[in-house]
Ligand binder design. Structure first.
Ligand SMILES: Nc1ncnc2c1ncn2[C@@H]1O[C@H](COP(=O)(O)OP(=O)(O)OP(=O)(O)O)[C@@H](O)[C@H]1O
Ligand SMILES: [Mg+2]
Length: 174
């Protein structure tokens, strides 16, 4: 995400940022599954963070929490995959290879956005137009060696609906 994109997204007020320290990939899946309980049709979740941060692992947890039984894999080569067997249809997108907002528009994600949950890796600055409110989840790999494989996950609520939902959400991971 470049600075200009971040600034654009920041135009919508955001308040407290719940943060989780996530020690393992399994815990990341559990966090995703708990987040899935908050999800409703029409929701947009943007996953940010560097290569290998754990965005797809988090998306796998979200999918599992929605009741998707199929294995969620990285959709890099197909850009987007739709999973229909959960509580709400899930559209999982990897925007890494998209050249910009025009190419994101070409995916016609808005055709399904109202009835589905849309989870987009590398989507910051590209897909916020799909939903007025959205959740951006930033996954970071701390650089300190002693942090091991722990990831820091920050939940950024954009708009009142996500602000309300996150207020009641505990980021504590056992
Ligand atoms: N605490 C952790 N949380 C999440 N993943 C972890 C953790 N520790 C180790 N891993 C491993 O890190 C890798 C994360 O890969 P993943 O494909 O989810 O990253 P990504 O952010 O989607 O990368 P990309 O930008 O290439 O799509 C996995 O192999 C996972 O097992
Ligand atoms: Mg990925």
């Amino acid at each position: 995400m470049n600075a200009a994109r971040g600034a654009e997204a920041g135009a919508v007020a955001r308040t407290a940022v719940p943060t989780a320290e996530v020690a393992t990939a399994g815990r990341m899946r559990e966090l995703g599954a708990r987040l899935a309980e908050l999800l409703r049709p029409g929701d947009l979740v943007v996953l940010s963070g560097p290569l290998g941060a754990g965005k797809t692992v988090l998306a796998q947890g979200i999918a599992a929490g929605l009741g998707v039984r199929e294995t969620v894999t990285s959709p890099t080569f197909v850009i987007a995959r739709v999973y229909l067997d959960g509580r709400i249809p899930l559209v999982h997108v990897d925007a890494y290879r998209l050249g910009g907002a025009a190419e994101a528009d070409d995916l016609d994600l808005d055709a399904d956005a109202e009835s589905s949950v849309t989870v987009v890796e590398w989507g910051a600055g590209l897909v916020e137009g799909l939903a007025q409110d959205h959740l951006e989840i930033v996954v970071a790999r701390p650089t300190a060696v002693e942090s091991g494989e722990t990831r820091t996950v920050r939940l950024h609520a954009y708009g009142p609906s996500w602000t309300d939902r996150l207020r009641a959400f505990s980021t504590a991971t056992p």
